[in-house]
Design a protein around this ligand. Structure first.
Ligand SMILES: Cc1cc2nc3c(=O)[nH]c(=O)nc-3n(C[C@H](O)[C@H](O)[C@H](O)COP(=O)(O)OP(=O)(O)OC[C@H]3O[C@@H](n4cnc5c(N)ncnc54)[C@H](O)[C@@H]3O)c2cc1C
Ligand code: SF4
Length: 328
């Protein structure tokens, strides 16, 4: 591992100040992704600014009935939080479907959002990879891509965004709060992660030196039910091949609110706007669900070995809609 300096930040301002104008500085949350990448030689920071002890470790109600989640809240604490379990069950389920108990005890909200792709070429410094070293190529496109993207990929990168939590946050219309050298700003989670295009080295819209301080959840729509479903190669301790987060309200047999996001299919959580448009105002039938999900997945462009993901995502999403809208 390359030598590096270590600074334990005591305040948000101190963390931002230490990173300003220092391209080799990175924030350290729980370290469960960053330290692994440093050991592999994929990440080579010269300064680690440890933000895990910042006073951003609370989950609190907001005045409008939503929730404010500090960036250093641990994944296990967030999953177990009463307000999350009762008002935003999809978020709790997504968190619990990720990693292992030990990792969730260490991983933070900010770090989870910014964890990097699990594409095997990205993690192997002996291989070319446009995301790790821009301009070197994308061996995954013709190589091992069974677990990689079917939506929104480019000739330069076919990686997927690995966070389960981010998928639930996308369906819940969460907003990321950032604090950087130029002040504070808010970015909806749906706009936070990027499609790869010809700059796959940038996973998100975060700017140099910006710290995630919190994630805001708007109030859940009246009468909303939500869930997260994930398909993976093993029953636990595996990333999603495909996953879906759904938030739905039904009144008088008609769908009033529908928000769907897919995971494991794209370089970012894939908010299913085409499906939502068909679902909104429609009657609750299996035919409606299939039509809506098919309309969304019509945009899929599977690679040689991952067409199965489209069918997997279709079944997950249609079954989840049926489960969410079934009479109690
Ligand atoms: C074996 C294994 C299995 C896993 N399985 C899953 C899974 O199934 N689903 C899943 O979702 N995840 C899974 N994970 C990933 C795990 O969830 C992430 O490693 C973890 O959430 C990252 O959080 P962290 O706090 O440890 O981040 P770190 O490793 O500390 O940081 C990750 C990135 O975020 C940046 N960062 C951290 N905090 C901030 C902040 N506040 N502001 C700005 N930047 C910040 C860091 O600079 C770094 O770039 C798995 C991990 C392992 C090792
Ligand atoms: S898919 Fe993206 S991360 Fe994987 S090898 Fe290609 S450029 Fe690298």
């Amino acid at each position: 591992m390359k030598p590096f300096e270590y600074l334990r930040a005591r305040t948000t301002a101190e963390a931002v100040r230490a990173s300003t104008g220092r391209p080799g500085a990175v924030f350290l949350g729980g370290g469960t992704n960053l330290v692994d990448l440093m050991k592999l030689g994929v990440a080579t920071p010269d300064l680690l600014i440890d933000v895990s002890g910042l006073p951003l470790d609370q989950v609190a109600d907001t005045a409008d009935g939503g929730l404010r989640i500090g960036a250093t809240v641990r994944n296990s604490d967030l999953a177990a939080h009463h307000a999350v379990r009762t008002r935003y069950p999809a978020l709790s389920q997504a968190l619990l479907s990720g990693a292992s108990g030990q990792l969730r005890n260490t991983a933070t909200t900010g770090g989870n959002l910014l964890q990097r792709t699990r594409c095997p070429y990205f993690q192997d410094t002996s291989k070319p990879c446009n995301k790790r070293v821009p301009g070197t190529g994308c061996p995954a496109r013709e190589g091992a891509h069974r677990e990689l993207a079917v939506l929104g990929h480019s000739t330069d990168c076919v990686a997927t965004q690995p966070s389960d939590m981010a998928v639930a946050l996308a369906a819940l219309d969460a907003v990321v709060q950032l604090h950087g050298p130029d002040g504070e700003r808010s970015v909806p989670v749906t706009d936070f992660h990027r499609l790869p295009g010809d700059t796959p080295e940038r996973d998100t819209v975060i700017r140099p030196g910006e710290l995630i301080t919190e994630v805001l959840l708007p109030p859940a729509p009246d009468g909303a039910v939500s869930l997260y479903r994930k398909a993976r190669d093993r029953a636990s301790y595996a990333f999603a091949l495909a996953s879906v987060a759904e938030v739905v309200t039904v009144r008088g047999g008609r769908i009033q609110h529908a928000a769907l996001a897919f995971g494991g299919l794209a370089h970012r959580p894939w908010r299913a706007r085409a499906a939502e448009e068909i679902l909104r105002g429609a009657t609750v039938t299996d035919d409606t669900f299939t039509r809506a999900v098919d309309a969304e997945l019509a945009a899929a462009r599977p690679l040689r070995d991952n067409a199965f993901k489209v069918e997997l995502a279709r079944s997950l999403a249609v079954d989840a809609l049926a489960a969410l809208t079934a009479p109690a």
